[in-house]
Design a protein around this ligand. Structure first.
Ligand code: NAD
Ligand code: DAU
Length: 350
């Protein structure tokens, strides 16, 4: 019997991860701990919220006493740590929020796991979910491997790099049984519309400008979120302790090419004239310190654990657009802010 703490399970990736573990492992007890910041939305989990092996706990990982009390209450055997401040632009305006959640919050969890597991580390797992942005920015060639030196360049990536270092330090110093993965850009359902793809889907629907930072030449390596959580499942169960696995799609797009593909597909789906949505493209001031290119070499994960992405990008993008078109209530609730009432409605009535 495993009792697994998923942090940040009401966010984009965390909700897909929670759904996968709750449905695939009915014998595991899954506890989702989330502070429900602006990025946390319990509507993302509506289909599984009544499952008998699922529990939600509202709380903040920056509060050590609270984190410790949860370890006492549930005696977790595993942790899947997803909670974070995740948006680079927000980190540029408020770096300390990223230090608090991504660094201090992670150390609180490590400390609670260390104390709770001190007499028996065997059979326990602390899995830390991280990003390719810790490796910095590539030129036109090359890929990030697990050996690439860290070179974070935004407050977001610096806070994630710091958290990665703490996780490895707890393994080295206290023998905490950790695993880590660093993934490229995700996309798919439930993606908060402050990030490039859902923001553009929302703006195309509403015929609003599509803001492209700088010249749109920055490159990202996009992976369908369901493939990311499949990889996490594989590493959680079969990966080696103390090791890091890079996860990526081998799927590089410049921002401008990606947004043009999105416009083309949405014109077709919405019955608009070809070129109608692309006319909304608007070049705006570049992001400060904007990393040029990210690209992951996921050979280790393929060779050691047999993981490969399941979807081609055009197909994944088409599925994603279809999801947003069929779930415009979700989009409207998120953009209007009304999703933030859902917790009171759902939990305070019980
Ligand atoms: P997200 O912003 O959608 O969700 C983050 C979740 O964490 C939210 O539910 C939020 O309420 C919760 N949270 C934030 N601060 C908290 C706190 N102090 N205490 C408890 N909960 C808190 O993020 P995401 O895009 O799903 O990313 C999840 C993880 O994956 C992050 O660690 C991120 O660094 C990493 N990652 C993301 C991507 C990507 O493309 N989105 C790629 C690679 C890695
Ligand atoms: O690489 C993994 C990372 O991917 C994750 O660790 C982060 O949590 C996640 O937010 C994402 O970071 P990015 O900064 O790459 O994602 P974002 O969607 O914000 O931006 C993607 C690219 O598009 C980037 O080059 C900036 C650009 N962009 C973004 C926005 C929001 C625009 O041109 N216009 C925009 O309005």
């Amino acid at each position: 019997m495993q009792t697994i703490l998923i942090t940040g399970g009401a966010g984009f990736i965390g909700s897909h991860l929670t759904r996968l573990f709750v449905t695939k492992y009915p014998d595991y007890k899954i506890v989702n701990l989330d502070a429900l910041t602006y990025a946390g939305n319990l509507m993302n989990l509506k289909d599984i919220e009544d499952s008998s092996n699922y529990t939600f706990e509202k709380g903040d990982i920056t509060v050590a006493e609270f984190v410790n009390s949860l370890f006492l209450k549930y005696a977790f055997t595993g942790v899947l740590h997803c909670a974070a401040e995740s948006h680079v632009d927000r980190s540029i305006t408020d770096p300390l929020a990223f230090v608090r959640t991504n660094v201090i919050g992670t150390v609180n969890l490590l400390q609670a796991a260390k104390n709770s597991w001190k007499d028996q580390m065997e059979g326990k797992i602390f899995y830390h979910i991280s990003t390719d942005e810790v490796y910095g920015s590539l030129g036109e060639e090359g890929f990030f491997t697990e050996e690439t030196a860290y070179d974070p360049r935004s407050p977001y990536s610096a806070s994630k790099a710091s958290s990665d270092h703490f996780v490895r330090a707890y393994h080295h110093t206290y023998k905490l049984p950790v695993k880590l993965s660093n993934c490229s850009n995700n996309y798919g359902p439930f993606h908060f519309p402050e990030k490039l793809i859902p923001l553009c889907i929302h703006n195309i629907l509403n015929k609003k400008p599509l803001p492209i930072y700088g010249k749109g030449e920055n490159v990202r390596d996009w992976l369908f979120v369901v493939d990311h959580v499949r990889a996490i499942d594989t590493i959680f169960h079969n990966g080696k302790f103390g090791e890091t696995y890079n996860i990526g799609g081998h799927n590089e797009w410049t921002n401008i090419a990606l947004v043009k593909e999105l416009c083309k597909q949405m014109d077709e789906k919405l019955g608009r004239e070809p070129g109608e949505s692309a006319a909304l493209i608007t070049y705006v001031k570049d992001r400060a310190g904007h990393d040029l290119r990210y690209a992951i070499d996921a050979t280790k994960l393929k060779d050691e654990l047999g993981w490969l992405p399941s979807l081609q990008f055009e197909e994944g993008l088409s599925k994603t657009i279809d999801w947003y078109l069929s779930n415009q209530d979700w989009l409207n609730n998120v953009t209007s802010g009304s999703y933030q009432n859902y917790y009171d409605h759902q939990y305070n009535k019980r």
